[in-house]
Structure formats: C-alpha cells, structure tokens
Design a protein around this ligand. Structure first.
Ligand code: IMP
Ligand code: MG
Length: 195
C-alpha cells in the first residue's frame, strides 16, 4: 500500500498501520557513541569481540563497532523460537552458530532489545560454556516490564515502556527494520502487535 508521511512525521501504510517516533535517529547515534566509550573504558587494552544476534542487532553492531576505538572483531549468531508464543514459553534454538571460537576472548553480546530475556538467557548459557575471558551484554533497548528470565544487560541504550517498537533493526514481520529511528507500531485495528 502507498506510504505517506503525515505532518507529524508518522509513516502510514494506507490507513492500516502507523509508527509513532519514539527515539530519533540522532539520539540513537549519540547514545551509541557514549556506550562505545563506556565499553572501551571498561576494557582499555583488550580486543573486543562483538557477537550480534541476527538480524535485529546488526545496525546496532555496525554503529557500535565503528565507535569503539582500538581492536574490535565481530561475529554473528541466529536464533529462532519454537511454535507460537515461544518467547514466553522460553523455547529458543540456534539456527546459525558463530564462525569462530570465543574461548579466552572478551565477548560483548550485542542485541537490539531485551524483552522477556529468554533469548539472552539461552545465549549467555551457551557462551559461558565456551569459556570466554569476559562475557558482557550490550542492548540498545530494554523493556524491563516484560522480563521473565533473570538476566540483565551491562550496557543499556534506552529503557523503554512496554510497547511494541520497530525500526533501527527491529521488525514487524520483517518490515520496518530500515527505519533510522525507533518508533511505536500501532496497528490500524487497534490490536497489539505480537513479535
Ligand atoms: P526476548 O527473548 O523476549 O528478550 O526477545 C528478544 C527478541 O524479541 C528481540 O531480539 C527481538 O527480535 C524481539 N522483540 C522483542 N520485543 C520487540 C519489539 O518491541 N519489537 C520488535 N521485536 C521485538
Ligand atoms: Mg532480535
């Protein structure tokens, strides 16, 4: 359907869905630069190995990596959820493993959003078994109200309310990932979007 921009900058797909801007692109970039400095300050001498979760974490990874001074390498992993409502039932499985070993490395897991925490709990357990030197977590967004698993991030970009958000890597049925900002998705029907 034709996409039109309203006076307030919302994107409308026909009259069906709309995205209400929540975090402007410039604020995201500024925050990521600060997070990059913070991470480097915590590990001044080490090579940082960034591990991003496909696909949502990719934009965050590339911007973060470019802002961290010194030696940085990165790798990717992908996970999927079983059946419906899987994040809340906690069934996460690996669909693409890392290319290289993380043993002895200073690893930073780079995720788009920490929601129930089931994905991160799964990944942290998996990575811990592989004996990294350090294991840290950086998330762009944190929705603490939705947390089920007892996990926390070491570096958080923004804490957001319990709303379904899209943009800057986050999708709704694979759409909206390319928005440079983060916005709240509203469905035309008034129903709540599900991930
Ligand atoms: P968790 O396992 O519930 O913490 O979910 C993490 C994953 O769910 C994220 O990496 C996203 O892919 C997805 N997700 C959670 N909340 C949202 C949202 O508001 N919009 C889009 N995707 C989301
Ligand atoms: Mg994701």
């Amino acid at each position: 359907m034709a996409e039109a921009r309203t006076a307030k900058g919302k994107i409308r797909q026909g009259q069906k869905e709309s995205v209400r801007p929540l975090i402007p692109a410039a604020r995201i970039q500024k925050r990521i630069r600060a997070m990059a400095k913070e991470i480097r300050r915590d590990f001044p001498e080490e090579r940082l190995h960034l591990v991003s979760v496909l696909k949502g974490g990719v934009f965050f990874l590339t911007d973060l990596a470019r802002s961290i001074p010194g030696e940085v390498s990165f790798d990717f992993i992908a996970v999927a959820s079983y059946g419906q409502n899987t994040h809340s039932s906690g069934q996460v499985r690996l669909t693409r493993d890392l290319d290289s070993s993380i043993e002895g490395r200073t690893v930073v897991v780079v995720e788009d959003i920490l929601d129930t925490g089931m994905t991160l709990q799964y990944l942290l357990r998996l990575f811990q078994q592989r004996k990294p030197k350090h294991l840290r977590v950086a998330v762009l967004l944190d929705k603490p109200e939705r947390r089920i698993a007892a996990v926390r991030a070491d570096y958080v970009g923004f804490t957001i309310p319990n709303e379904f958000v899209v943009g800057y890597g986050l999708d709704y049925s694979e759409r909206y990932r390319n928005l440079p900002y983060v916005g709240i998705l509203k469905l035309g029907s008034g129903a709540k979007p599900q991930k």
